[in-house]
Design a protein around this ligand. Structure first.
Ligand SMILES: C[S@@+](CC[C@H](N)C(=O)[O-])C[C@H]1O[C@@H](n2cnc3c(N)ncnc32)[C@H](O)[C@@H]1O
Length: 234
């Protein structure tokens, strides 16, 4: 049985400080800082005149802060399941922008925000919490509808491979990577945690879905084993 939304919320409620530091928060994420740099730089290049940013699964606000370092003064909307995460993100983001900062506490599947309201949507390590096809379809449709024409959705996330043999190979390589960081126990702990809490999809699945819901262009920026940075333009 996969974790429920309430269980995921509780885990993140108790992990704010770790996620307020990209280095320690994402230790098990390969190339976390590379992907963060790539998706924010890509967003800046796609919408250099952006005024409104939406950060879904914002955690402690790392992605918004990086975006603000490239496009200062953005109005920021921060959305997360965890109220303690949102409090931390608000505290950190509001001192870094002259724009307004709004928070939305809740599940991204149920986000109620203005249609065509955002130039940039960032989704850092959050979409892998979606579960079945319907979840993915409704969430991608919703995100598309929230973007202004010409706006972009930029994703950095854990991903699978479509071919089972390649998926097994890549996850074994990832296991070896974890083992090199913290030994066999750490490898097992992270893989068990992923098996319980996460249900990632492949880059191909997500890019196809983006096209299906209306995105005009999709692009892969980076992939290293089971982590990737990619996105789409409305
Ligand atoms: C791994 S953290 C990443 C945080 C941040 N994006 C970063 O990379 O530093 C995932 C965040 O997504 C949030 N989250 C998970 N599932 C969610 C959902 N269904 N709706 C909204 N937020 C969710 C968690 O509360 C957590 O803060």
């Amino acid at each position: 049985m996969k974790s429920t939304v309430a269980e995921i919320r509780e885990r993140f409620d108790n992990d704010v400080e770790r996620f307020a530091n990209l280095e320690t928060g994402q230790q098990s994420t390969i190339d976390a800082t590379v992907s963060l740099e790539l998706i924010t730089e890509a967003a800046k290049n796609i919408v250099p005149t952006a005024t409104h940013l939406l950060d879904i699964g914002c955690g402690a606000g790392n992605y918004s802060l990086k975006m603000l370092s490239k496009l200062p003064g953005l109005h920021c909307t921060l959305a997360d399941l965890s109220q303690p995460m949102l409090n931390k993100a608000f505290e950190r983001v509001s001192v870094q922008t002259t724009g307004g900062v709004q928070t939305h506490h809740g599940d991204i599947r149920e986000l109620s925000l203005p249609q065509n309201g955002f130039d940039i949507i960032l989704a850092g390590a959050v979409l892998h919490h979606l579960r079945d096809d319907e979840d993915w379809q409704t969430t991608f449709s919703k995100l598309y509808s929230l973007l202004k024409p010409g706006g972009c959705l930029m994703i950095s996330d854990l991903v699978t491979q479509d071919d089972q043999r390649l998926d097994d190979y890549i996850w074994n390589e990832y296991g070896n990577y974890l083992e090199s960081l913290g030994g066999k126990e750490y490898r097992q702990k992270v893989l068990d945690y992923i098996a319980k809490e996460d249900s990632p999809r492949s880059v191909t699945y997500q890019l196809n879905l983006m096209k299906e819901v209306g995105f005009s262009t999709t692009e892969i920026l980076h992939k290293n084993l089971c982590f990737a940075a990619f996105g789409g333009i409305k």
